[in-house]
Write a protein that binds this ligand. Structure first.
Ligand code: ADP
Ligand code: MG
Length: 215
């Protein structure tokens, strides 16, 4: 994965978050404190605004800077979690492939993504089944790794990943939350999708569509 692709994805993600304002906004109003949409908009806008600064950098440095920026611009629980995700991806390159500066194969990108998800899980001390964005990100990561390891073409990988994200999002509907603000609601959270899971499903589906378009 090249820095130019990461940045095209960032621009597409910002547009997609804005386009999905009504869904994301209403979910965090229902089971959170109502700020998730504005957090995501602010964070994605800040990254889109770093386009020219990040373009000349190798992917690991760009990912590290994205993480740092998200930490300071999103704030709240999700700021630290997304920061850990991007910093985890950046670290993958350094620790596992010291000589490779471009994340250039599907399997390497899947491994970096998995590293990002693991960093987020460690940071938030959470796992699947707790009604969080991990209910989308973990199955997406597993599907990405499995299909990439099978040598599937990128179109098949993207379609499988999008479907895993959709299923993961829907899975959050009937869960009781045990992490984040919704944890205080007990059974009242049942019947609502998790807002973080929704924004992750939107972002993943957007990046997959971009990949499908550029292939
Ligand atoms: P805040 O909870 O600080 O208001 P946001 O509204 O931006 O932050 O984000 C809320 C989302 O963060 C939730 O919908 C959930 O998906 C995610 N979340 C909260 N706690 C955790 C955690 N420990 N691990 C993973 N995701 C979490
Ligand atoms: Mg919130």
């Amino acid at each position: 994965m090249k820095t130019s692709f990461i940045l095209s994805a960032a621009l597409a993600i910002h547009a997609a978050i804005v386009a999905h304002e009504p869904d994301i906004e209403s979910l965090d109003r229902a089971i959170g404190d109502g700020d998730h949409y504005s957090n995501m908009k602010r964070g994605s806008e800040a990254i889109a605004g770093m386009y020219n600064e990040l373009l000349p950098l190798p992917p690991d440095e760009a990912l590290q800077k994205i993480g740092t920026k998200l930490l300071s611009t999103i704030g709240g629980a999700s700021g630290a979690l997304f920061a850990s995700f991007f910093m985890g991806m950046a670290r993958y390159d350094k620790e596992h492939h010291p000589k490779i500066t471009d994340l250039n194969t599907n399997l390497e990108t899947a491994a970096a993504f998995a590293y990002g998800v693991q960093s987020m899980m460690m940071r938030g001390k959470a796992n699947v089944g707790e009604k969080t964005m991990l209910d989308v990100l973990v199955p997406v990561s597993t599907t990405f790794t499995t299909t990439a390891a099978q040598g599937k073409p990128i179109a098949d990988i993207c379609n499988a990943v999008k479907s895993a994200a959709d299923k993961g999002l829907e899975y959050t509907r009937d869960l009781v939350a045990t992490k984040g603000r919704a944890a205080g609601l007990g059974e009242r959270a049942i019947g609502h999708l998790d807002p973080g899971a929704k924004s992750c499903q939107v972002m993943i589906s957007t990046v997959c569509d971009l990949l499908l378009k550029t292939k």
